[in-house]
Design a protein around this ligand. Structure first.
Ligand SMILES: Cc1cc2nc3c(=O)[nH]c(=O)nc-3n(C[C@H](O)[C@H](O)[C@H](O)COP(=O)(O)O)c2cc1C
Length: 219
């Protein structure tokens, strides 16, 4: 049986994609339309993701309607206001200056749902969350394919999922996993914006890896 063999150049390309993928927000999107073929290609990438028991428990709602997007944006505004108050005064001042979504600035939003299976799913017996994790794998595929196409994508979680479900007429048992904003960009930043603005910094990978078991001294 033959299988596809990847080269060192392919590895370098994948690493470049991983390194240069960015979360893009409203301050960096262009309003230009995305061709339907581009949206199709990104959703096809989603469909290639691994999923528990090959259940493929994802569904997508492509949102272009300005009225629907206004409703979602209102949910963002309401949640964002209360989210800001969680942080210290110093952090709140920075938080208030952050642009944390691109719902209205992008030509296309995509809501991604988890659809629970009515039948038992192989591998999901003791970890029900594996279904939702599968949807997240699909979203990461979308993020990487978008970046490979030089299209920006931003993930908005500062939303009330019930508001979003209502605005999209989503079935009761579907769970919103992500609300994504997609479009062409002015620029892809070299580093995460939250790192540049000193909100967070990248963790040293060595500090996150343990050998065989957690040390007794772990805190
Ligand atoms: C599950 C998830 C939810 C996120 N929600 C938001 C959000 O609501 N607003 C936002 O501006 N960025 C959001 N982000 C983007 C992160 O802030 C971003 O991934 C992180 O700062 C690292 O930057 P990078 O993606 O450009 O590497 C989210 C990312 C993930 C994975």
């Amino acid at each position: 049986m033959t299988h596809k063999h990847f080269t060192i150049d392919d590895q370098a390309t994948l690493e470049a994609l991983l390194m240069h993928r960015r979360d893009v927000r409203g301050n960096n999107f262009l309003p230009d339309e995305l061709p339907q073929e581009a949206i199709d290609q990104i959703l096809y990438a989603a469909s290639l993701a691994p999923s528990v028991g090959f259940s493929q428990p994802w569904e997508f709602v492509i949102v272009k309607d300005p009225d629907v997007r206004q409703q979602i944006h209102q949910s963002f505004n309401a949640v964002n206001e209360s989210a800001a108050s969680e942080f210290s005064d110093e952090k709140q001042a920075l938080y208030d200056r952050l642009k944390l979504e691109g719902i209205l600035e992008t030509p296309v939003n995509i809501a991604v749902f988890y659809k629970p299976s009515a039948e038992p799913v192989l591998g999901q017996h003791s970890m029900l969350e594996a279904g939702e994790y599968s949807v997240v794998c699909a979203i990461q595929n979308m993020w990487l394919m978008s970046r490979a196409m030089n299209i920006g994508m931003g993930w908005v979680s500062i939303l009330n999922p019930e508001d979003v479900k209502k605005a999209l007429n989503a079935p009761e048992n579907h769970k919103l996993v992500a609300y994504l904003c997609l479009g062409y960009v002015k620029e892809f930043y070299a580093t995460p914006e939250l790192e540049t603005l000193r909100w967070e910094k990248r963790k040293e990978i060595e500090s996150l890896i343990h050998q065989d078991r957690y040390p007794d001294s772990y805190e």
